[in-house]
Design a protein around this ligand. Structure first.
Ligand SMILES: C[S@@+](CC[C@H](N)C(=O)[O-])C[C@H]1O[C@@H](n2cnc3c(N)ncnc32)[C@H](O)[C@@H]1O
Length: 223
């Protein structure tokens, strides 16, 4: 059992209930902040492109995994334009159904798998992914499940593969959100959980130009 979550079963069940009632739209994915989606995606692209390409140590552009993908906001604008194929995983079936429409007939063909599964249970296929993108979903996992999930993601990477965690960070400690049943961790805790997973932070940046009233958002590249 995680330090920060009293009852794991209720923590996950409440989150599933919450997301079932959320509109399958970009605004729904971003809690009413659909207007920041472009800034977010542009920041992600600049960050990710530092690692991609050909040559020594570069991350390939074959297959990516979008974790907590929702309707595929990130898959559509970040991952499908860069990778030959993409898999999506999310606990909410309605969002994955919407993704099939949202991603469009043409580009959507390059999605190989839609996995409906909680990340706490999901096992990425060994050695399949060049990039595993995990955005705005880690707060839905307990500490121990996050550590175990990151460890399994490590096994899912191809040579020179990369895991990116992009998420809200608290100024200090752990801030629970009773509405969507999640937690927001500070950077020190997040870094220590990454360390427990056996991964290393190879690069870290704060997403700039977000509204002042929301949490700071950080991008961590892990290997
Ligand atoms: C804030 S939305 C972010 C969606 C997407 N990452 C984006 O940035 O557009 C959170 C997503 O996480 C999904 N989710 C919540 N708990 C989850 C869990 N335990 N495992 C997998 N997905 C989960 C929700 O269904 C929802 O699609």
């Amino acid at each position: 059992m995680s330090d920060i979550v009293e009852n794991e079963t209720i923590f996950y069940a409440k989150a599933e209930e919450y997301w079932k009632d959320v509109a399958p739209t970009v605004d729904g994915m971003l809690g009413g902040y659909g207007s920041i989606s472009n800034i977010d995606l542009n920041g992600s692209k600049t960050f990710l492109q530092k690692f991609l390409g050909e040559g020594e140590g570069k991350t390939g552009m074959g297959c990516a995994l979008d974790c907590g993908a929702g309707i595929g906001r990130i898959t559509k604008r970040l991952l499908l334009p860069l990778f030959r194929s993409v898999d999506l995983v999310d606990v909410t079936q309605e969002f994955l159904d919407k993704a099939k429409v949202y991603l469009g007939d043409q580009d959507g063909k390059r999605v190989e798998n839609y996995f409906c599964c909680g990340l706490q249970d999901f096992v990425p296929q060994d050695g399949r992914y060049d990039v595993i993108w995990i955005q705005w979903v880690i707060g839905h996992l307990t500490d121990d499940h996050l550590v175990e999930f990151l460890r399994r993601c490590r096994g899912g990477l191809r040579p020179n593969g990369l895991i990116v965690v992009k998420d809200n960070v608290a100024y200090e400690g752990v801030v629970p959100d009773e509405v969507d049943s999640s937690v927001c961790r500070d950077l020190a805790l997040l870094r220590s959980l990454v360390g427990r997973s056996g991964l290393h932070i190879v690069h870290e940046e704060q997403q700039m130009n977000f509204p002042k009233e929301i949490y700071q958002v950080h991008m961590l590249a892990l290997r």
